[in-house]
Write a protein that binds this ligand. Structure first.
Ligand code: PLP
Length: 412
């Protein structure tokens, strides 16, 4: 198909050309005396992204799922009790992993479309007088439903009842896109992957562990080899890895961190918020609902759009892909067929999103969802024009034209 593919799944996200070029490197000796020059910069810069100066960052050749596992096996023992709300496919999969690792999971069932419930967590912790619960696991941004939970409120709930459990947070589809305050929220293990806000291909599983989390390694009895934090710490101290690192991805990571810090992390987060708000305006203009049940949980990285009950969301996705070369995210598990997801994270701007919204409109119209073509695009355009901080700073157009004429040789 002519033209480019519009990739609007909520990960993997578009990889900027600069990052793609940075990854085209010859292989090199990862035990050379020069190699640490690259790796030594990555650890502190990743900490800046997590917003902490505490603890240790681990970079595994893996994915978010591997990072989940690493966070668990290094800090817990089989049979340990943990507490986890389930409110979407990713919280479900993390719980499934905990159970398969032999942990005793107290699952708090939450309607899909809602966020983690701090008050229910507080009640469960208050009832745990013997402090048997060793960890509370929260998916910050549930990518399956487009819901962002209030991690600060969960921390407060834990503090209010003075409970010592570790706080584990999946930041796979939030880090580098939605505000994440590891230190302020007292997160002990934050987990992410490379293919979302970091704008890289999949292939890195990253964990940031607090000092408190690192202490628990000494007593944690879950079996671990590949994901052993201790092996990593020993070699990372000198800028090396216990096994062959994924070299191109590390060069790509260096570049993506440079891009994020050049824009400014706060600006990146603000951009995601503006873009997401425009998408939500579009959904409202279509007369459709999002899966997210309340605006306070609206995700700034993914919007899950409910299709009318008689329309299979998978048809919208298939038509968008086959006819318009637009990749939208599918409904997962319980949500299969009920929705489609628009990913809006990473290397993205308004015009790219207008393409996605326009394509989604055409696909919806093709499967007989009664929306007005152009309505969502127009709503997003209005929103973005009205909230764009840049035009006020721009040089008026006439001055630009005048300047370019006088600088040239036409009138000379
Ligand atoms: N957690 C969340 C919130 C996710 O969105 C994903 C993947 O989309 C994962 C975990 C699993 O990550 P990976 O596919 O990198 O293993």
């Amino acid at each position: 198909m002519a033209g480019r593919n519009f990739l609007f799944v909520p990960g993997p996200t578009n990889v900027p050309d600069r990052v793609l070029r940075a990854m085209v490197v010859a292989m090199e000796d990862h035990r050379s005396s020069k190699f640490p020059e690259l790796t030594r910069t990555l650890f502190p810069d990743l900490k800046k992204l997590f917003n902490t100066s505490d603890g240790h960052v681990f970079i595994f050749p893996s994915t978010g799922t591997g990072a989940w596992e690493a966070s668990l096996v290094n800090t817990l023992s089989p049979g340990d009790k943990v507490l986890a709300p389930r409110f979407g496919q990713f919280s479900h999969l993390w719980i499934d992993m905990m159970q398969r690792l032999g942990l005793d999971v107290d699952v708090i069932e939450v309607e899909w479309g809602e966020g983690a419930p701090p008050e229910v967590i507080a009640r469960a912790l208050a009832a745990d007088k013997a402090h048997k619960i060793k960890g509370v696991m929260i998916v910050h941004n549930e990518t399956a439903t487009g819901v962002t939970s209030d991690v600060g409120a969960v921390r407060k709930a834990m503090d209010d009842v003075d409970h010592p459990a570790l706080l584990y947070v999946d930041a796979v589809s939030s880090l580098g896109s939605i505000e994440f305050q590891m230190r302020e929220w007292g997160v002990d293990l934050a987990v992410t992957g490379s293919q979302k806000g970091l704008m890289l291909p999949a292939g890195l599983g990253i964990v940031c562990a607090s000092d408190k989390a690192l202490q628990t390694m000494k007593t944690a009895k879950c079996k671990r080899v590949f994901f052993d934090f201790a092996d990593m710490q020993r070699t990372n101290a000198d800028g090396y890895f216990p096994y062959t690192p994924a070299l191109p991805l590390l060069y790509g990571l260096r570049e993506s961190l440079d891009i994020i810090f050049a824009e400014g992390l706060d600006n990146v987060i603000e951009r995601h918020e503006r873009l997401a708000s425009g998408v939500r305006e579009a959904v409202a203009a279509w007369g459709l609902e999002t899966c997210c049940k309340h605006p306070r949980w609206s995700s700034n990285t993914v919007t899950a759009v409910m299709t009318p009950p008689n329309i299979n969301g998978a048809h919208v996705i298939d038509v968008a892909f086959r006819r318009y070369n637009l990749a939208l995210g599918a409904g997962l598990s319980k949500m299969a067929g009920k929705l489609f997801r628009i990913g809006h994270l990473g290397d993205l701007n308004e015009l790219m999103l207008i393409g996605a919204l326009g394509g989604a409109e055409m696909a919806m119209a093709d499967v007989d969802i009664p929306i007005e073509l152009g309505s969502g695009v127009a709503a997003a355009q209005h929103y973005w024009r009205e909230t764009d901080p840049v035009p006020k700073k721009r040089v008026p157009r006439a001055e630009v034209v005048y300047a370019s004429h006088s600088a040239g040789s036409i009138n000379a």
